[in-house]
Design a protein around this ligand. Structure first.
Ligand code: ZN
Length: 222
């Protein structure tokens, strides 16, 4: 997750869409926007997962052929912000879950502003800031964020490991687990910081009602 540049060989080219034999670019998915950066001097505007393939959408499309060796460079400032936002979203959902019992029903992680949805009837606006305060306390502890793999059945046997049930297709046999200190352990495929201290300061931006029992909380990091 801390690889900023890499070399790869081109496997397929279709107009402005390039598939490589390996990549450090993280594709759009799981509520996270994709990485951007450059590939052989071309701008990577979007990275998508299509079946087993990771497709790099580039601009302008240049003459690259299958077999060519290319160098990829991530827009690291943007990527690190996404990692900070994503780890924050996990801590926030753990805090809100502990305080209210609510489960996360969706999230959108972007470099500038992110949001998490909870299945709550009531969202006490006064309490929002106390949740953000709790999040900042956790962040300030400098907790290690570990990632490891676990068999699907074993992970599912642990209540709380899979909060976003639809994010885990049954075809996946080994699940990647992300553990933030003793605060949160989740099956998760996205990019995270390796220590919560990298997050910095978390700021609550506001809330929104999205239906009867869906409450949306916006935040950012600085
Ligand atoms: Zn996640």
């Amino acid at each position: 997750m801390y690889l900023k540049e890499f070399d790869a060989s081109v496997e397929a080219v279709n107009g402005n869409r390039i598939v490589l034999d390996q990549t450090a670019f993280s594709p759009r998915g799981g509520g996270l926007v994709s990485d951007s950066g450059t590939l052989a001097g071309m701008i990577v505007t979007e990275v998508l997962r299509e079946g087993e393939e990771i497709v790099h959408v580039v601009k302008p499309s240049m003459e690259v052929r299958p077999g060519a060796l290319v160098h990829g460079v991530l827009d690291w400032d943007r990527r690190h912000k996404i990692m900070r936002m994503h780890t924050t979203a996990h801590i926030l959902s753990a805090v809100v879950n502990r305080e209210t019992g609510a489960l996360i029903t969706g999230n959108q992680i972007s470099p500038d502003k992110s949001r998490v949805d909870f299945n709550l009837d009531n969202f006490d606006k006064q309490k929002i800031f106390s949740y953000i305060e709790r999040v900042n306390e956790v962040v300030g502890k400098g907790l290690e964020v570990k990632t490891y793999f676990m068999k699907r059945e074993e992970a599912l046997a642990n209540t709380g490991f899979v909060k976003l049930a639809n994010a885990m297709p049954p075809s996946v046999d080994m699940l990647r687990i992300v553990q933030i200190g003793d605060v949160d352990t989740q099956a998760d495929g996205g990019v995270h910081v390796k220590n919560t201290i990298e997050i910095g300061n978390v700021i609550g931006i506001g809330t929104e009602n999205k239906g009867k029992n869906n409450r949306r909380l916006y935040f950012t990091v600085e």
